[in-house]
Design a binder for this molecule. Structure first.
Ligand code: 8YV
Length: 320
């Protein structure tokens, strides 16, 4: 029997069982357990043909260049903003990721945050636990159903969020790099126009240099004092300092955030605000979805070693 391919894994997978499954199926080495990472890579980097990583950990140019015989990356996660495109394309490395299988759960959490921040579920829970109910009534909240849902980024996750919105009798509009053919929803030709139009602005756009800080103070002002922001995409898309100011000054009504510019350290000012619901980047974190993502991480590797292509490839890898 031929030897299994030698793979490098640069961190724990966000599904514990997957670490063992990978170790059982491949000749895998854990870089994160090496005390002298640079020394290890200098001595052994050329041995590895594959790299297993996650969207959270990524693969920077230095790591990619330290693996001169790298042929494939399998990344746990749909986002590929932490994988160094230039270095990977230069070495003609095929890159697999885990799209589609997480769309439902990410859209569910977007809606959980939207409902929570608008109806005050977490704030009401704190109110009851503090015993404040014996002293008075909980404040009135904002109705969700029938309102305008603005989606920034109408990819697979954005369209799944749109379907959730239709179930809440919401009117859906979106902004995207270009209009989506056949979409029944209203296209707004700028993010500013979308923010002006909607009651809830949900960020579902990919991260990376092209979308960095597109949600500016101006966009937040367009959303306005009755508008809510929800972000389940990447913290980098929102200017977090501008968001804090807008929340503190009541220039927007509230925010539901699963992602932050510096994870796991949201700006401390966010923790002080009652009109903000915070989650620890957990949108894909259900047993079912993480299992499906883990299966795709393995399938991408197997497909690559059988056919030369991962099953689900990131766009710039598919163009190689
Ligand atoms: C994961 C994500 O939690 O899929 C993504 O891009 O950000 C999340 O689903 C993450 O990949 C784990 O590292």
């Amino acid at each position: 029997m031929s030897r299994p391919p030698r793979l490098l894994q640069n961190g724990k997978m966000p599904l514990a069982a997957l670490d063992q499954e990978l170790a059982a199926q491949f000749d895998i080495h854990r870089l994160d357990l090496e005390a002298d990472r640079a020394g290890f890579l200098a001595a052994h980097g050329a041995e590895f043909v594959g790299l297993v990583t996650s969207a959270g950990i990524g693969a920077d140019a230095e790591l990619v260049r330290a693996l001169p015989n790298l042929q494939v990356v399998s990344s746990f996660g749909v986002g590929y903003d932490t994988l160094d495109e230039a270095a990977l394309v230069a070495q003609k490395v095929r890159v697999g990721h885990t799209p589609q299988v997480l769309d439902g759960c990410v859209a569910d959490l977007a809606f959980a945050l939207l409902l929570d921040v608008s109806r005050g579920v977490s704030a009401a829970d704190r109110f009851v636990r503090r015993g404040d109910w014996t002293r008075g009534r909980f404040g009135l909240q904002t109705r969700v159903s029938g309102k305008r849902l603005g989606i920034f980024g109408m990819g697979r996750i954005g369209s799944t969020i749109a379907r959730r919105g239709s179930g809440f009798d919401m009117e859906v509009g979106y902004h995207n790099r270009r209009p989506v053919e056949g979409s029944p929803h209203a296209y707004k030709d700028s993010l500013l126009a979308l923010a002006e139009w909607c009651d809830y602005l949900v960020v579902a756009a990919a991260g990376g240099a092209g979308t960095r800080h597109l949600v500016t103070a101006e966009v937040l002002d367009a959303l306005g004092p009755k508008g809510f922001l929800v972000n389940i995409a990447r913290g980098s898309v929102v200017d977090e300092a501008a968001l804090v100011q807008a929340l503190q000054q009541g220039r927007i009504a509230g925010a539901g955030l699963d992602v932050f510019e510096d994870e796991p350290r949201p700006l401390p000012a966010l923790l002080e605000l009652d009109n903000v619901v915070l989650a620890p980047h957990m949108a894909s974190g259900t047993h079912e979805t993480r299992r499906a993502m883990g299966d795709l991480v393995v399938e991408n590797l197997k497909a690559f070693f059988a056919t030369g292509r991962p099953r689900a490839e990131v766009p710039w890898s598919a163009e190689l």
